[in-house]
Design a protein around this ligand. Sequence first.
Ligand code: HEC
Length: 100
Amino acid sequence: MKTQQKQTWGQCLAGFGCALLLANPAFAADPANGEKLYNGGCFKCHDTTIHTRPDKIIFSKKALIKRVEFCEGNAGMNWNKGQIEDVAEYLNKTFYKYEN
Ligand code: HEC
């Protein structure tokens, strides 16, 4: 066990597996990237004022991710799950501020 741990750390120092060891959890969303993505393709139908409108339709993080997925499909952006989560994180941090 001890030898194996040593080996893993050694490999990490050598540059192998460091991402796995240190970048955990690997799913942390990146709102700065989300902002770039949003600005690159979400202004076709609405701007960001829609996220603070009085009759908004989003009341949770989960619903926000679903809506981003839906709009992303309409926009034909072909984002992957990580990109969708980045955009949802950006919108949540900037406008919605839902805990979950
Ligand atoms: C094809 C047109 C279209 C595009 C492109 C589009 N949206 Fe939308 N979006 C809408 C419409 C229409 C609504 C309002 C829906 C309603 O009121 O029921 C909306 C609403 C939303 C909402 C909910 C606003 C609220 O709080 O009530 C979010 C979040 C959203 N869009 C995100 C995005 C993102 C992210 C993108 C870029 C991938 C995007 N939209 C691109 C049409 C679009």
